[in-house]
Design a protein around this ligand. Sequence first.
Ligand SMILES: Nc1ncnc2c1ncn2[C@@H]1O[C@H](COP(=O)(O)OP(=O)(O)OP(=O)(O)O)[C@@H](O)[C@H]1O
Length: 378
Amino acid sequence: MTKEKSVPQLAPSKQTEKNGCGTEGGKILEMSNVTHRYGDVVALDNVSICAQEGEFLTLLGRSGSGKSTLLRIIAGLEEPSQVGVLRIADTDVTGKPANQRDCTTVFQHYALFPHMTVGQNVEYGLKVRGVLEQERTKRGREALELVQLEGKYERRIHQLSGGERQRVALARALVTKPKILLLDEPLGALDEKLRMDMQIELMHLHQKVGLTFIYVTHSQEEALTMSDRVILMSGGTIAQNSSPAELFDSPVSREVASFMGFENIFSGKVLDANDNKVRFELAGFELEGTSNDTTKIDVGMEVYVGIRSEHIRLLSSSEAEHGIPCEHVESIYKGKYTDQVLRTPLGQIQARVWDTTSEVASISKVDWDANHCVVMHR
Ligand SMILES: Nc1ncnc2c1ncn2[C@@H]1O[C@H](COP(=O)(O)OP(=O)(O)OP(=O)(O)O)[C@@H](O)[C@H]1O
């Protein structure tokens, strides 16, 4: 029997309410107050997360933000420096080795056995668990059917494409029916078209098997397409924990807005904050924006405001009674759309236009709707 290692434990705290799942039941993963250091590097700083049964949860973030470390700690491949609670399916797995946790990891580089057939690779986990051959073959074929590789049972790994290899890795992980499937940048090695197709396949696979998926990626497109909930990591902490739509439309900070691609971010001074509307002053203009949490916004305080380029309206001199004056700087052609760069008293503004026939010479002002202007207190 494998010896369980002792890990320093912190007293469980009330952090569970902050981890995105609330206090109700149905949690398949509960993890609180996890800190992890590699020597002097703090890879995770007092992080608490949870996952609901059947949820597609994504850990999103730049390289080095700590997402793989978090996944490896859940899998039991890394032992945290400190941990409060670490439970999978109501079992305390603190200090338990990877093979005693009800989860399986799929890696970017497949980690398949090259000398085995597809079928042998998929059934490997069943073989080491002592499942008899007939049952193994049945379950192996079922798992291959799930990933649409039923005809490739006898193939060798080197006879498969990158996308097919990743599907074999998925089938191999699913065949043992873990409670949680952990996926560490599984589409990272595939070309763009295949990656987009596989996103849809993974989404359908998740719906079909109903397992909890915890998915690591640095791609916001992958996170937004597939997830029920996204945890954005930054510098070993959680920057935002919300639905994909909230993350995209209502970033909680300038840092999140910048990561999520808000092209126009300025700082202004609050004049008034009521319900979710905030009036602020910026370069002598009185403007209005929207905040999800005005309790943190006081009159006179400095706030950040973010507007996506697609929400900037370009006004020609004939229609421009209101708005902010601008001068056209340059047009950047992007195929499906064109980005117009404009000089304004607020600073440079980027506007996205889909109409390639629009006349840039006549642009004299810009404006936007208050509900597309996100106000952030940090
Ligand atoms: N084995 C290690 N030894 C020392 N430092 C490490 C080790 N693994 C990770 N780190 C450091 O810990 C921090 C978090 O790394 P981690 O791999 O978890 O980030 P990540 O968000 O998954 O990045 P990536 O997307 O590049 O994989 C980084 O600063 C990284 O350099």
